[in-house]
Structure formats: C-alpha cells, structure tokens
Write a protein that binds this ligand. Structure first.
Ligand code: C5P
Length: 241
C-alpha cells in the first residue's frame, strides 16, 4: 500500500474551534493515526526558543526544523502528548508564548516547506486524521474527507480561557480574545497556505455544539464517504460538552 492509498480525514479551522479534541476522538474511534500539525509548529517554536535562536535567523531555524524528531500521541480528552527529540513537551508547547512564536514562524514559506514532509510522513496505514490550518488545501489536497471546523471568536476565547484557567493561568478573557483575533488575522492573511476552507470541505460551526455532537457528525460523514465497516457512530461517551 503506498501512502497515497491510505485514507485521510482532514480537520482545518481556527484556534479553539475544537479540532484537536474532535480529531483525537475520531482517530481513536477509527483506529487511525493522528497528527496535530499545530503542535508541530509549536514544537519547532519551542525548540528554536530553547536553542536561543532568533526566529528571524532563517538558516538556523531551518536547520533545527530539518533535524526535529516529532511524535504525536492522542490522549483525548486531554491534548495529544507531544514528543520532540525524545522529550515529552506537551505542556511546554501549549502556552501562549510558544503559540505566538509558532504563529510567527508559520508565516515563513521556507519553514512551511520543511515541515510539509514531516506532516506527510504521518500518513500511515490504516489511516490518518490530520488537524491544522492547511491540511485539506496544501498538505493532503487529495484527502478522502475534509472538514472545516469553525466557532465564533467569543466562544473560542472562552474555551481557551477555561482550558488555561485549569492550568493556573491568571490572564484576562479580554486579552485572550484579542490574541485569538490577531492570530486568526495572521493565519487568514498570510500568502503561503492561508487558513481557508478547501473548496470540497464540509463546514461545521461548533459554536453551539458539544464535542460529542461534532464527533458524531464527522464520523457519520466518514462512514458515508468512505467504505469503512464496523464503526458505531451512535455510541458516544466522551462526556464532553
Ligand atoms: O493549532 P495551534 O494553535 O496549536 O497552532 C499554532 C500555530 O501554528 C497557529 O497559530 C498557526 O499559525 C500555525 N499553524 C499553521 N498551520 C497549521 C497548523 C498550525 O500555520 N497546519
């Protein structure tokens, strides 16, 4: 089986749309691999920062990116475990500072080009669920099913605030709202791989949906679109809203 015969489900959308949690549950139900491509950009940001490299020193950044060993292990409902160069750095990569640097590095076409190969290597049998910003448009344009997951900025800021609060974050909701708006603008306006729904993507607005409802909708679409037997989409026990 060449990697192009391996089925792929892509989930693209802005920060906080729920694609990470939904993607992990879908991968688990399907028994497929899972790629959190945002975590890959975050992993690079974290490694660059730890190495004391200036993010504008493109040559040094690319050198780190080319050598980076990245692994993504789903653990829903928690965010996926992220192993970089052998170290589990899931917690470290998911803070606002690293997210900000990741967003800036993601503007650079040369960085995106290097990370493209790493992302495509994640396509292994029996299948892949890939979440990010350009999974359906650039990384896996021939994906079997493409979902574009959105939610209002207010709802996404509130979700992020609730998540960070559990980890002891004491910043304000208003600041998060503004940071999300700025990050959205950078993702949408950049010239290389901007955040946009693929023409053949199915859009789901998760503002008023629970995680369970979104997972069920996505898996129903997978079953309708792909010839996969043995997946029961009715039984949901994520316990998440
Ligand atoms: O999804 P997450 O917030 O973890 O992603 C971190 C940053 O990486 C985003 O702000 C976005 O700019 C960038 N990113 C990207 N393309 C992807 C995934 C993430 O540009 N496929």
């Amino acid at each position: 089986m060449t990697s192009l015969n391996v089925p792929v489900l892509t989930l693209d959308g802005p920060s906080g749309s729920g694609k990470g949690t939904v993607g992990q549950f879908c991968a688990q139900r399907l028994g497929w691999h899972y790629l959190d491509s945002g975590a890959l950009y975050r992993a690079l940001a974290y490694t660059v920062d730890r190495s004391g490299i200036d993010i504008d020193d493109l040559e040094a950044v690319l050198c780190v990116a080319k050598k980076m060993q990245f692994e993504c292990r789903p653990s829903p409902p928690e965010p996926a475990e992220i192993v970089v160069n052998g170290d589990n750095v899931g917690n470290e990569v998911r803070n606002e500072g690293v997210g900000e640097t990741a967003s800036l590095l993601a503007q650079k076409p040369e960085v995106r080009a290097v990370l493209l190969d790493l992302q495509r290597e994640a396509r292994r049998p029996p299948g892949l669920v890939a979440d990010g910003r350009d999974m359906g448009t650039v990384v896996f344009p021939e994906a079997d099913l493409k979902i574009f997951l959105t939610a209002s900025v207010e709802e996404r800021a509130q979700r992020r605030y609730n998540q960070l609060k559990l980890k002891g974050f004491n910043g304000s909701l208003a600041d998060l709202f503004q940071a999300i708006q700025e990050r959205d603008a950078r993702d949408v306006e950049r010239t290389t791989s901007p955040l946009v729904a693929a023409e053949d993507a199915v859009t789901i607005d998760s503002t008023n949906l629970t995680i369970d409802e979104v997972v069920t909708r996505v898996l129903d679409l997978v079953l309708n679109q792909l010839d996969i037997a043995g997946i029961d989409t009715t039984e949901r026990e994520t316990g998440l809203t």
